[in-house]
Design a protein around this ligand. Structure first.
Ligand code: DGJ
Length: 593
């Protein structure tokens, strides 16, 4: 008996020691991704991290002097991370000679301001073109070939578009060598500090002004069989392929092999010119309305996606060999006016080709949307299929979207573009970032579990029901500057003024957005505002629900701190729960007959 007890004791000590060892190892490990439930989280210093970020203008960080006034602006916006471009041309002005001055200076300044960095490697491609390639690359078009597009001319180095070919192995190797050197250096200076969290590799890649490269090399590859690795991937993942790609493959008879056109249908005729935008004409109004939701000449887009993915895989591999932190690629999306591949960069990591990117570039950790469109939720759905983590490197200042991405789509980060521009920092966005920062321990603890969601309600929208934890929550819009309904305050409600003869100009509806977290059987946290919440129990017991503790507060060092304990007027004498904008509430409930 005594011997047994001793063995149990030894086992417990051993398990505790190895748990501590793992934790310690995790804390010193480089930033990495880790799964929690259905979510993939970014782990920094051993803990999940929510990047409340912003992207700088493309060239803001090309000198430290130019960055001087920017740092305080980033801090004033309550950001914890800045997305900063690094130009290949500046980093490697002469072949093999790397200039680390900027990288070092930016890292030092970020640390001084208690910020993290995601670097954007503007190298072979930026927005489909190649303007950030070094001059020694741009000049040597024999060694570093351009693509050819169908308007009959090779994209010229002196022309408006400079587009390096995905098939140039010397270009790929040069890009990979530079990126490898950059990552080795970042490891050297930041491998234990973790100021740098992730890397974006290239920027919005893809062919513009045509659906695919039409150089002789590209035409040969396009007329050859779809590579076996890709066909095997499609076969192996047939059940989970993106529906857009699945449909195209099915429509062409699920062929197990064949040329790109045999497997995925006809490409665009070479003599048909792609406009800059698919405005009408050439489309009629109806086509224009629908066209951006369909694929056009998918074999061309799939071919380019494979080609970019294979190239970028080599760049990412070289980078990770230097320093292995999460790396992502970002997509310029298909949209009204950019409906055809070539009006958006053809081959970029859009949702319809995610499977091709996964097959071709398995070392890329995240396929990320530059998400400026109004179909925000729809795109979040499409970008989180098959476990793709949601990181939004470019978007607009939209607080409701940040709340929805954090609470409903388990985002790793959100990053409005051009935060250092001429405008003052967006006050509403800054307030939402403060709220998300305070709520982040709860958000991160509940990501990937079914105890958290988020709801957005437009002004005038009908109430919506959400089942969460032991209750169904009925959410009703009260407005961004929400006040308790006058009836609840015992006031006489004046009748509304008669409708005005001249209609008011229509403005987009105001939006309210809230993160809802079921923290226990009768306990909720809410972050956001502009809504009223009513509770209906979903478990056996008394039918009526009362408000127990209603606390407004914040998290400090992970601990809940109460700022105001609410009752009386603030809860309509205990009867109504209204979430005012930008507040965090902790609410407990009780039941009574
Ligand atoms: C998308 C690009 O990815 C950014 O670098 C920047 O050029 C913006 N467009 C400009 O709106």
């Amino acid at each position: 008996m005594r011997k047994n007890l001793i063995s149990v004791f030894v086992l417990v000590i051993f398990l505790a020691a190895s748990a501590m060892h793992c934790q310690a190892q995790d804390a010193s490990a480089a930033p990495h991704l880790r799964k929690q439930g259905t979510a993939m989280q970014l782990i920094v210093d051993g803990k999940p991290f929510l990047a409340l970020a912003g992207e700088l203008g493309n060239n803001s960080a090309t000198s430290l002097e130019n960055m001087e006034p920017v740092w305080s602006k980033i801090v004033a916006g309550n950001l914890n991370t800045a997305l900063i471009g690094i130009s290949w041309a500046q980093f490697e002005p002469k072949e093999g000679k790397f200039d680390y001055t900027l990288v070092d200076g930016l890292i030092a300044k970020a640390r001084e301001n208690n910020l993290h960095i995601v670097f954007l490697w503007f190298a072979s491609w930026k927005n489909g073109t190649s303007s950030y390639a070094p001059v020694w690359v741009k000049k040597d078009y024999q060694r570093f070939p351009r693509i050819q597009i169908n308007n009959g001319s090779t994209v010229s180095i002196s022309g408006p578009v400079e587009l390096l070919s995905t098939l140039g192995s010397a270009t790929r190797d040069a890009d990979a060598a530079a990126f490898g050197a950059l990552m080795r250096h970042i490891k050297e200076v930041d491998g234990t500090r973790h100021t740098v969290l992730m890397m974006q590799v290239e920027n919005e890649v893809g062919v513009l002004r045509d659906t695919r490269d039409r150089s002789a090399a590209a035409n040969r590859a396009f007329a050859s069989h779809v590579p076996t690795e890709l066909m095997q991937y499609l076969e192996a993942h047939k059940g989970t392929l993106a529906p857009e790609l699945h449909e195209v493959w099915a429509a062409n008879g699920y062929k197990a092999s064949g040329t790109w056109e045999e497997v995925f249908g006809a490409g665009k005729p070479a003599d048909m010119e792609i406009p800059i935008q698919t405005t009408s004409p050439p489309m009629d109004a109806l086509e224009h309305q629908n066209s951006w939701q369909h694929l056009h000449w998918p074999s061309d887009e799939f071919f380019m996606a494979w080609s970019y993915a294979r190239y970028i895989e080599k760049v990412v591999e070289a980078g990770k060999a230097g320093y292995d932190i999460p790396m992502y690629v970002n997509a310029w999306l298909q949209q009204p006016n950019h409906a055809w591949p070539g009006t958006y960069p053809s081959g970029g990591p859009l949702p319809q080709v995610h499977d091709i990117w996964r097959a071709g570039a398995p070392s890329v950790d995240i396929l990320a949307p530059d998400l400026y469109l109004e179909y925000f939720d729809d795109l979040c759905e499409r970008f989180t299929r098959n476990g793709n983590p949601l990181f939004i490197p470019e978007t607009s200042n939209n607080p409701a979207n940040a709340i929805i991405a954090a609470g409903k789509y388990n985002m790793i980060g959100f990053s409005p573009f051009g935060i250092d521009g001429n405008r003052p920092i967006d006050a509403e966005m800054a307030a939402t970032y403060r709220l998300l920062a305070q709520l982040s321990p709860m958000i991160l603890a509940h990501q990937g579990k079914d105890s958290m969601t988020a709801v957005r309600l437009d002004q005038g929208a009908a109430p919506t029901n959400i089942k969460l934890g032991n209750y169904t929550l009925t959410l009703t819009y009260t407005g961004r500057n929400a006040h308790l309904p006058p009836q609840a305050r015992g006031q006489v409600v004046a009748s509304p003024p008669p409708p005005s003869a001249t209609p008011m100009p229509t403005e987009p509806p105001l939006q309210a957005a809230v993160i809802l977290i079921a923290a226990g059987p009768d306990e909720y946290y809410f972050g956001g505002g502009g809504m009223r919440v009513d509770f209906t129990p979903n478990t056996p017991g008394p039918p009526n629900v009362g408000l127990g503790d209603v606390q407004e507060g914040k998290f400090v060092d992970g601990k809940w701190v109460v700022l105001r304990q609410l009752a009386g007027d603030d809860t309509a004498q205990g009867e109504i729960l209204v979430l005012r904008p930008n507040t965090i509430l902790r609410v407990t409930l009780y039941r009574y007959p």
